[in-house]
Design a protein around this ligand. Structure first.
Ligand code: NAD
Length: 394
């Protein structure tokens, strides 16, 4: 029987379960590229419930305990006295989320001799030291596509929030003011702007598709070029590298995974090559940009705005400079954990566990590392060359 250690973000401060705003969520047929939705044998939750916090338990307890497995769920993940570190030693499976990552460093992997599967309830497994997982023969899997559209919607929202100067206008209303000029002195239309995405995978492509009706000029760079018909349909300009993309756009939205090639890509040099008054939206991973270079560029006016919902580390300190820098539209890491997304990543987590626990192969598209090498989606989207494990702080 297996021991499954699951790290989830804390419950709402107002208690669990919350009062839900809606009675149901739409049921979807398939993902936009035809990939089938998660298909576990059953689920023990109602889609639309809060499953991603500690009491939600991803809806896994009944299924796992009925089969004799042990499930430990905790939010306590930092430091040697944390529940996570204490329970890790005899754990077979770690489930973690990018929103509240249990950083699986090489040291922690070395302290977990029974660990066979690191499962991300969501997308993005950079919180796992992939090189160490490869060496230890650990499988790394995530629920590919489960929240890609959720993130794409959030990125479009943050692009509009920045360009239209939504946050300051809203704050004037809350403060009791009617300060039209103060609200609009930094507000523009998106129409006609050059907008680009760094990486046109599942999320980046969904952002491009959602922005096309805004009558903007669309650009992208990805290490894998899109088919010519997609470029033609969306009117895309392909760039050969991130440098060419950055200097050609007014807005860049970042959608690449964090790995050695993208670590600290947006530094003072690259930001300095962008048009004065550009905007950066980053819903991918914080470490793709240099934290303090973003702050300086906002303060100097080189950037007109920065928005995102990814930070490092997570949760960030109370004095993290992105909380107070000018012209930001930051959120905590929420874009991929709407109640709609949770239903999909909880079902996908159960699908992966069902396959793993019965010895069936895990869907190839869910795999990041398998059999001692990058596999499935991981082989296309990541590099693990032993040089760095950026998401784990190395
Ligand atoms: P995906 O695998 O479909 O797409 C990733 C794309 O990045 C691929 O097309 C790949 O070719 C491209 N790429 C890889 N390295 C690159 C590089 N150096 N330069 C340019 N392109 C590169 O993944 P996705 O579903 O689109 O997700 C992308 C990333 O978004 C995830 O890895 C994760 O870090 C992040 N994400 C964030 C949230 C959130 O809640 N904020 C949720 C899901 C995913």
């Amino acid at each position: 029987m297996a021991k499954i250690l699951c790290v989830l973000y804390p419950d709402p401060v107002t208690g669990y379960p919350p009062a839900y705003a809606r009675d149901s969520i739409p049921s979807l047929g398939e993902y936009p590229d035809g990939q089938t939705l998660p298909s576990p044998s059953a689920v023990d939750f109602t889609p639309g419930e809060l499953l991603g916090s500690a009491s939600g338990e991803l809806g896994l307890r009944k299924f796992l305990e009925e089969q004799g497995h042990e499930l430990v769920v905790t939010s306590d993940k930092e430091g040697p006295d944390s529940v996570f570190d204490r329970e890790l030693a005899d754990t077979d499976v770690v489930i973690s989320q990018p929103f509240w990552p249990a950083y699986l460093t090489a040291e922690r992997i070395a302290a977990a001799p029974k660990l066979k599967l690191a499962l991300t309830a969501g997308i993005g497994s950079d919180h796992v030291d992939l090189d160490a997982a490869i060496k230890a023969g650990i499988t790394v899997a995530e629920v590919t596509f489960s929240n890609s559209i959720s993130v794409a919607e959030h990125a479009v929202m943050q692009i509009l929030a920045l360009v239209r100067s939504f946050v300051p206008s809203h704050e004037w209303v809350v403060k009791g003011g009617w300060n039209i000029a103060d609200s609009v002195e930094r507000a523009y239309d998106l129409e006609g702007m050059d907008v680009g995405v760094l990486a046109a995978g599942r999320i980046g492509q969904a952002v491009l598709r959602r922005l096309a009706p805004f009558d903007v000029r669309l650009h992208y760079f990805d290490t894998h070029r899109l088919p010519a018909e997609v470029e033609h349909d969306l009117g895309l300009t392909f760039h050969p590298d991130a440098q060419s993309l950055a200097r050609s756009v007014d807005v860049v939205s970042i959608h690449a995974p964090l790995h050695p090639q993208t670590y600290h890509l947006f530094d003072a040099g690259l930001i300095g090559s962008m048009r004065r008054g550009s905007y950066i939206v980053n819903t991918a991973r914080a470490e793709i940009v240099v934290r303090d270079d973003i702050v300086k560029a906002l303060e100097s006016g080189r950037l007109a705005g920065y928005a995102g919902d990814v930070w490092y580390p997570q949760p960030p300190a109370a004095d993290h400079p992105w909380r107070t820098m000018p012209h930001e539209a930051m959120t905590p890491h929420v874009s991929g954990t709407t109640l709609s997304a949770q239903a999909r990543y909880a079902a996908g987590t159960r699908e992966i566990l069902e396959d793993f626990l019965t010895g069936r192969p895990i869907r190839d598209t869910y795999l990041i590392v398998n059999g001692g090498e990058l596999a499935g989606t991981g082989a296309k989207s990541y590099t693990a060359d032993g040089s760095a494990s950026p998401g784990t702080g190395k």
